[in-house]
Design a protein around this ligand. Structure first.
Ligand SMILES: *Cc1c(COP(=O)(O)O)cnc(C)c1O
Length: 371
């Protein structure tokens, strides 16, 4: 829609740049199954993300499923309901039970203080989400995981390019999953990756990704699936990676513009700024306190919609409230997540968004609040 402002726009290279990359794919006559573009992107990502091991996939969701399968998890997984559908679906699809834990009111990530009380003799792992790009309390979660012999997995779909204490965020946890979906900071149209500390996982992860076949073996060693990244997708990743730093810079400018306009308004909670973290400015969520403001999140969303601006209510409803899960798994007590889901709105943010559009959005919000 012309003149409308969506919540995000995809990062796209110059068409000619992509065509040049595709020309090589045509010349190679190699379209999928770990071809040269796949290998090139994997190598570049290893460097860019500052990780020792990375495997690429056709999307982030299958990558997460494969992570849980490679770790042979069975039983209960403690997780957050304040996330995209994928996190919870991956747990259930692997035959595990999601145990919903509340989130911290400031970071909106899994509240480590509430994890231990949920651990039983069936607990096998913690699956936490670096939601909106905010980093989980890794040290605390690691301590709990080690104490109880649990795996620690991160849904890092929102955090491509984030650094913690100078290290790539993909170095945290036993396995981290990143999404390269079109709407994410970095995309391969559809795509994703796993990063992990144990190099011996590579062969297993990639076998499960390719119908369970290990290299050079005609008999499947694992119950596998098909989640391979194609050469066409990898070519897109190679192009986008050349421009990612510039895109993150541009996002940062919009992010700062929002901060400067909104940070003094009583009744708005903005995304938490973390020390020792280099962020990727992936989302700009705002939590609206209806009691202070006298206006609801939904009314503010409506005011923006009337001006052709389309923020999103990520993440409403909580995954624990999905109709497919509501009567199946115990919801648990998650008062913080319940309240955030009711009051949060993710404002538009993308690299090529203009400062004028950002100011227009802030004007509309301020006006709606003052009414
Ligand atoms: C996007 C996203 C996923 C899924 O990634 P896909 O690449 O779209 O499959 C998983 N978890 C979270 C939190 C996401 O935002």
């Amino acid at each position: 829609m012309k003149n409308s402002i969506p919540v995000t726009r995809p990062l796209l290279p110059d068409f000619e740049e992509y065509v040049a990359e595709l020309r090589e794919v045509w010349e190679n006559q190699w379209l999928t199954n770990y071809g040269p573009k796949h290998q090139q992107l994997e190598k570049s990502l290893k460097e860019y993300m500052g990780v020792d091991n990375v495997s690429l996939f056709s999307n982030g969701h299958l990558a997460l499923q494969i992570a849980l399968r490679a770790l042979e998890l069975k039983g209960e997984i403690i997780t957050t309901p304040f996330t995209y559908a994928s996190t919870t679906h991956a747990i259930v699809e692997c035959g595990c039970t999601p145990i919903f834990c509340d989130i911290d009111p400031v970071t909106l990530t899994l509240d480590y203080k509430k994890v231990e009380e949920l651990i039983t003799d069936k607990t096998c792992a913690i699956l936490a989400v670096h939601v909106y790009g905010t980093v989980c309390e890794d040290k605390k979660l690691r301590q709990i995981a080690d104490k109880h012999g649990l795996k620690l997995i991160y849904d890092a779909a929102h955090t491509f390019g984030v650094k913690v204490n100078g290290k790539g965020i993909g170095t945290l946890g036993d396995i981290s999953m990143f999404s390269f979906h079109a709407t994410k900071v970095f995309n391969t149209v559809e795509g994703g990756c796993l990063t992990y500390s144990d190099p011996s996982l590579k062969a297993k992860i990639e076998a499960i990704c390719s119908f369970g076949f290990e290299k050079g073996n005609d008999s499947a060693a694992y119950v596998g699936t098909n989640a391979k990244m194609t050469e066409v997708a990898a070519a897109m990743g190679i192009c986008n990676l050349r421009h990612i730093d510039e895109a993150l810079n541009k996002r940062g400018k919009i992010f700062e513009c929002y901060n400067s306009r909104l940070n003094k308004i009583n009744g708005l909670q903005l995304i938490c700024q973390q020390e020792d973290v280099v962020t990727n400015y992936s989302y700009y969520p705002v939590i609206f306190d209806q009691e202070i403001l006298g206006i609801s999140r939904d009314e503010i969303a409506l005011a923006l919609n009337q001006e052709n601006i389309f923020p999103r209510k990520y993440f409403t409803p909580l995954t624990s409230d999905f109709s497919c899960y509501k009567n199946r798994f115990s919801h648990g007590s998650t008062p913080v997540a319940d309240s955030v889901a009711e009051n949060v709105l993710v404002l538009p943010l993308y690299a090529d968004m203009t400062i004028e559009d950002c100011n227009k959005i802030c004007d509309i919000i301020c006006e709606a609040i003052q009414k």
